[in-house]
Design a protein around this ligand. Structure first.
Ligand SMILES: [Mn+2]
Length: 346
């Protein structure tokens, strides 16, 4: 990447930051490391620039990201501001993924700045920077700060590094590009400590999570003629282990890591026993699981997508397996995909 080239959209965002004073920063509900890391990093840069900023809580912060958040740094409520100067929406592909406290509405603002790496982003900002080739919004913000000449301090480098680390699945997913690694390396220079961050991110499990995992692993099975694998988390397992659906983060990696598996499916039944959240992962963009999720009103990326289906366990499993089998056909198309286009995972 040519560092001297100033991208017109990032230039416009830098100018918008310069001309406004009062910012609201939003990210998606059920936040992940990219959402939390990006929210905090942008908030801290705005603070360092002497700007007034409000970081709205996107909901419960997942355990692996809690170490990033300072007390009182994100707020569950929105102050009564008639008109914000600018609202940033980060890592959020559509308004239905906005924090629940907003009821799907972005508060009135002079400027809406949409920064995302989901290809199908439908947020209509006054400024839209959507880069589906970026590993994470954390990587995009790194570029923005770098182009603006902001000095990245360790308290900004740490959440940005965490964002890239988690959205690339610890630098293992197909979105682990040289620019993602370059950004990560520069953030390490800026004070992010990879070993310390990994220690916090990957050692944050609760005992109830392992109890739930033990139950769920017993349901693991192959499907789609050995090209798929599936796993269930049922309402009964949640009750038995005392865990919640928040504790299922990373469970999709178990079916996903079985040799020869091209599509991994994690079914998560809500406590009501009637609704199932389905997480789909594909090993390669040549098998497009967002198309499968789309059939049931969901969506996502080609290699990581999800949907919610109402119905019994058996009903939901049959529907999804049929759709996955259709996506997998013709046999063999997903193999030898070294030349496939890289698509961000999350
Ligand atoms: Mn992301």
């Amino acid at each position: 990447m040519d560092k001297k080239r100033i991208d017109p959209i990032t230039q416009k965002i830098i100018e918008a930051i310069g001309r406004h004073e009062e910012f609201l920063v939003l990210t998606h509900l059920n936040p992940d490391g990219d959402a939390v890391g990006s929210l905090l990093a942008l908030g801290r840069v705005l603070a360092a620039l002497g700007k007034s900023r409000h970081l709205l809580s996107p909901g419960e912060i997942p355990p692996e990201c809690r170490f990033l958040v300072a007390a009182g740094e994100v707020s569950p409520s929105l102050p009564s501001v008639g008109m914000w100067d600018a609202v940033f929406v980060l890592d959020t592909p559509c308004s239905s993924r906005l924090p629940l406290s907003l009821s799907g509405q972005i508060p009135p603002c002079k400027e809406l700045i949409n920064i995302d790496h989901h290809a199908g982003n439908t947020i209509e900002g006054t400024l839209n920077w959507v880069d589906a080739k970026a590993s994470s919004v954390g990587q995009m913000l790194y570029l923005l700060f770098e182009q603006a000449g902001y000095v990245v301090s360790p308290d900004v480098a740490t959440p940005l590094y965490t964002a890239i680390l988690t959205d690339t699945g610890s630098f293992r997913f197909p979105n682990t590009t040289s620019s993602a690694l370059t950004a990560a390396a520069e953030l390490v220079k800026g004070g992010a400590d990879p070993a310390a961050i990994a220690g916090r991110v990957y050692a944050s499990n609760s005992l109830r999570k392992y109890r739930l995992l033990a139950e769920a692993l017993a349901s693991l099975q192959m499907c789609c003629s050995g090209r798929g694998a599936l796993m269930w988390v049922t309402g009964e397992m949640l009750r038995k282990s005392g865990a919640s659906l928040l504790d299922t983060d990373g469970f999709e990696n178990f079916p996903r890591k079985i040799e020869g598996v091209e599509v991994a499916i994690l079914f998560k039944q809500k406590d009501d026993g009637h609704t199932v959240k389905v997480s789909l992962r594909s090993r390669t963009p040549l098998v497009d699981v967002s198309r499968v999720a789309g059939q049931f009103g969901g969506g996502g990326h080609r290699t990581a997508a999800g949907c919610i289906i109402t119905g019994s366990k058996q009903f939901v499993q049959e529907k999804v397996l049929k759709a996955v089998a259709e996506e997998l056909a013709p046999a063999g198309t997903a193999r030898n995909s070294a030349t496939a286009q890289t698509i961000p995972e999350r």
